[in-house]
Write a protein of this length. Structure first.
Length: 384
């Protein structure tokens, strides 16, 4: 149970004792907020004492009397309203002078709610419950906003980092070609152009993966769920990686002994296969193999196995997060966005499934995707 601190600023000792009795053993469960909440009551006999307590350790909720000796409750509200950064607690004014004018002034200075004196324990608990709910929802909103800003910052930082290196390399090659002494050498010229094209291809892959990721997460991409033969999608993806595989002597084979029909978005399946096969070739050894196995049924199973460099258990545990790339001596010169497998995982989830990996360093990796033969969305929209 989480305990919220309530500061009671009231000059009447009997009133402070009554509020403490009403809330000290009161626990609260809210229907749209997880957890159970209790209240620890702190007391201040004047606005001056209340201000000192707030400055020393801000509470979660302040119950503030309107009429106090010395500084009034409204005057204290005015001081709190000017604080920077703004206070994060909520204030409930308690007053026997609940006029419209007092309400307007107190609200302008930051009061969240009013509690007219005299009040019953149930009325007090009702106002505190309402205030607590608003407080917790506000804090959650701020937390999510901060988290969103942090994610955006991390995203931009990674993008800048991933684009900075290839741009610097291309710039270096262009300066090399600009030099009359080296730019006229055909061998140097070809190497500079080839390396620049590789770098440009890496940047294009980063942009493509980012677009795929944002379209999936935003829900803006319209899904076209149609009957398809998964083996046909796999063959097309194999054809797209065949030139690079042949160049490195990597044999890519497909095992689909029976038809594998399913209802899904063809573009999603193409993205899924392209990412898995591109990685299987890219992280393989020269002369290695890539084996694709398809199994049909109510749950479709896709396996892509390679004889590549493999990974440790610690590396595979980090694998499916955004912008995660396994960096070691064997992968340092292999370009990549760190987004492809994150996209695969999101597509697996979107199609009612999951992706897993088994890997051994120096032996290879096997990625397994299990998804529903009928996309969950397709099942919902099919006529009875």
């Amino acid at each position: 149970m989480e305990t919220l601190r309530v500061l009671m600023v009231e000059d009447e000792a009997a009133m402070r004792a009554a509020v403490s009795r009403a809330l000290s053993r009161y626990t609260l469960r809210l229907p749209d907020i997880e957890g159970e909440y209790g209240f620890a009551i702190e007391e201040a006999g004047s606005a001056e004492e209340g201000l000192a307590r707030i400055e020393a350790s801000p509470p979660d909720i302040v119950l503030l009397d309107h009429k106090l000796p010395g500084m009034s409750g409204v005057e204290l509200l005015g001081i709190l309203a000017e604080k920077q950064p703004p206070v994060s607690f909520l204030t409930v004014m308690m007053t026997a002078y609940a006029t419209l004018e007092n309400a307007v002034v107190a609200t302008k200075r930051g009061a969240y709610d009013f509690l007219a004196k005299p009040f019953t324990p149930d009325e007090l608990r009702s106002v505190v419950s309402k205030t607590t709910r608003h407080l917790l929802l506000t804090r959650e909103t701020r937390r999510l906003a901060q988290e969103k800003r942090q994610v955006r910052f991390q995203l931009l930082s990674v993008i800048v980092h991933e684009l900075k290196a290839p741009l610097a390399a291309i710039e270096g090659y262009l300066y090399l070609l600009q030099d009359p002494g080296t730019g006229s050498d055909p061998a140097v010229y070809k190497k500079a152009v080839d390396r620049s094209l590789v770098r440009i291809g890496g940047m294009r892959k980063l942009i493509t993966d980012l677009l795929d990721l944002t379209r999936i997460e935003s829900g803006q991409k319209r899904r076209e769920l149609v009957p398809l033969e998964l083996a046909d999608v796999a063959r097309a993806a194999i054809e797209s990686v065949q030139p690079e595989a042949e160049r490195r002597g990597i044999a890519v084979t497909l095992h689909a002994p029976a038809p594998v029909p399913m209802v899904a978005d063809r573009a999603e399946m193409e993205i899924l296969f392209n990412n898995l096969l591109t990685n299987a070739v890219k992280y393989n050894r020269d002369g290695g193999t890539v084996t694709v196995r398809l199994t049909g049924g109510e749950r479709v199973r896709i396996e892509v196995a390679d004889t590549g460099i493999g990974m440790t258990p610690e590396e595979t545990a980090r694998l499916f997060h955004e912008f995660v790339r396994i960096k070691n001596e064997k992968t340092r010169n292999i370009p990549g966005s760190g987004l492809g497998l994150s996209v695969v995982r999101k597509l697996a989830h979107l199609n009612g499934g999951e992706v897993t990996v088994e890997s051994s360093p120096g032996v290879g990796s096997t990625f397994t995707v299990e998804i529903a033969a009928h996309s969950p969305e397709a099942q919902e929209t099919e006529p009875e």
